[in-house]
Design a protein around this ligand. Structure first.
Ligand code: ATP
Length: 124
């Protein structure tokens, strides 16, 4: 009985998480933009028939970027909620969260360049 309730609760958490993902896709421009980019790279992966190890690397960087972007949006929402007015500390918190997005973005760019440059050179 207890176990069943736990499973039910877990399923509920999944529904809440799904709701959060839909919110990000509908309302957060940066998340939408990065999702679009991710889809383009997934299509490129099929087009160039990249190796399994390259698929792993690509999917990992996509997951990292989208996850950190989602967390950044959550921090922005929370910051706007607790302090809608100008506040130096809130600005710092938002800058730090944006910095984390930048780190993952640079890392993703380097990995994707390492994957695709050889394929692009081969068709030139
Ligand atoms: N309440 C605030 N007080 C002080 N500075 C702020 C405040 N809100 C935003 N800022 C500054 O403006 C920058 C941009 O914040 P903003 O909330 O507009 O995010 P954004 O980068 O436009 O993200 P998104 O486009 O995803 O909404 C912050 O990194 C911070 O430097």
């Amino acid at each position: 009985m207890f176990r069943l309730k736990t499973i039910k609760e877990r399923l509920k958490s999944l529904v809440y998480a799904w709701r959060g993902l839909i919110y990000l896709l509908k309302n957060e421009d940066s998340f939408k933009f990065q999702s679009l980019f991710s889809i383009i790279f997934i299509i490129a992966g099929f087009y160039f028939e990249i190796k399994t190890s390259e698929w792993f690397a690509q999917l990992i960087v996509i997951t990292i970027v989208l996850s950190i972007e989602g967390l950044n949006s959550a921090i922005e929402q929370l910051a706007n909620y607790i302090q809608p007015d100008y506040d130096e500390n809130i600005g710092k918190v938002k800058d730090i969260a944006a910095g984390a997005v930048l780190v993952s973005g640079i890392f993703a760019l380097v990995v994707l360049l390492l994957i695709y440059i050889p394929y692009l050179l081969a068709i030139i």
